[in-house]
Design a protein around this ligand. Structure first.
Ligand code: SF4
Length: 187
């Protein structure tokens, strides 16, 4: 939905897609569908360093034993070099997702960048209304009970009416991957 807003302004704004190597196949297909639907022209696919993957997670099961280290390897570490050239970064987080996101600021200064969450105050109803009015494609897993979708090993279905992010790292203490920083904390 945020990408639709961006594309209305400028379809050539760079969009960073972080491919951890653990995403659902449906997510990769949805990315391609969204890019084609919106006519985005500058998608930058960022991946973890294969040398680091081989050294620290050669069997690909670090997520099971130590999800914080897995997120560091596959998400947190690849991102800085991808955004280094930009003065500002736009993120699509929403306060209604709850937990630490309920305190989101519209603007913050992070590692030399201005970071903004322009739809932080949007309600779920407003987001859904925009999907409807703009006839935007939906991630196919939403209809299968996944309201928030991350890496496949760490994403579960959520019961009808459940918390939006309850399916992320379900059963673990972890609630955020750490690529977002606010007030010095990874969210
Ligand atoms: S969400 Fe899970 S699989 Fe993805 S990087 Fe984090 S721990 Fe690893």
């Amino acid at each position: 939905m945020l990408l639709d807003v961006v594309a209305e302004i400028d379809r050539s704004i760079p969009v960073i897609f972080l491919d951890t190597g653990k995403l659902f196949a449906e997510t990769i297909a949805y990315r391609d569908e969204v890019v084609a639907h919106l006519g985005l022209t500058d998608i930058r696919i960022v991946k973890p360093d294969p040398v680091q993957i081989e050294a620290r997670d050669p069997e690909g099961i670090l997520w099971y034993w130590d999800p914080d280290s897995c997120c560091a390897l596959r998400k947190v570490e690849p991102l800085p070099s991808a955004i280094r050239e930009f003065d500002a970064v736009i993120s699509g987080r929403k306060r209604y997702h709850g937990a630490m996101r309920s305190e989101l600021s519209l603007f913050e200064a992070v590692d030399g960048h201005i970071k903004t969450d322009p739809i932080a105050s949007w309600t779920k109803e407003q987001v859904m209304a925009r999907f409807e009015s703009r006839q935007l494609p939906r991630h196919p897993l939403v209809a299968q009970g996944y309201p928030s979708i991350g890496c496949e090993p760490c994403t579960s279905r959520v019961a009808e009416g459940g918390d939006v992010r309850a399916g992320r790292w379900a059963g673990k203490m972890k609630t955020e991957c750490g690529i977002h920083l606010q007030n010095g904390m990874g969210i």
